[in-house]
Write a protein that binds this ligand. Sequence first.
Ligand SMILES: [Zn+2]
Length: 308
Amino acid sequence: MTTFYYYHEDFLLHNTGKNHPESADRLLVINSSLKTLNGLIEITPIKREDSLDLVKLVHSNQLIDWVNHLKQNASTIVDKRNDVVLSPATASVALLAVSTCCDAVDQVITGNAKNAFCAVRPPGHHATPSESKGFCIYNNIAIAASYAIKKYNLQRVAIIDFDVHHGNGTQDTFYDNSKVFFSSTHEKGIYPYSGGINETGKDGNILNISMQAGTDSKEFREIYTEKIFPKLEEFNPELILISAGFDAHEDDHLGSIKLQYDDYSWVTKELVAIANKYCAGKIVSILEGGYELDSLANSVKSHIIELL
Ligand SMILES: [Zn+2]
């Protein structure tokens, strides 16, 4: 069985301007760090004809109109609101990212791949149904989960989010939807300032664990071992999606959590074991944050080696 690695150079066209942490360089360093890995199947995704319909599984028409308001030939970058930069290519690139994640769902569910990693930008987990936010345009993982439920009639899709920031947009999308179990670990007191333990979803389908600045490997592993993995196993997932952000690494300056490369290997290995036990190994992992280029590239590599 195989691991698909999705990458397209068009993802580089989403232009956030000079000195923005969410830069095209992020994908370039990831891509070059993976060149030495044997057995990874690289897939060049295409923008699907139904990509706009996929976006509508989660987002409002008003949001889609806003994303598309900038003319394709505009020369300026528009930093409109909520830490989101729209460039002329952004609307199209965002649809390619959504298409990529849904294609990965297709390939994993139908058994063409055992699992997949989607090296996409822009990231997605802060985008709510009605607003692009926090470097995110469309919520790629929420759309992928909604698509899996709709197309394959899945009843239990799990989303594990280990980005250092709370996946508020994903939580908002599924707060009332017990077909999705969403669990996020994130640093307390930083953007987007949500993700308290009391935010549990209507049917207890959401599990937030906020971590103090300085949380280290040992505490991180205890949280997953004692709190998240038992809930995930109880949920009995048919598919596991990962909001794979790597900004909880010690070297990343957007957070103050002290994870090491080993921790990304460990959490991935454990998730693969749970996926093997409950859902024939089906995992679709989608890139979210991670802004320090060296630590991002090495963290992604640690993650993918375990997917392989
Ligand atoms: Zn993040």
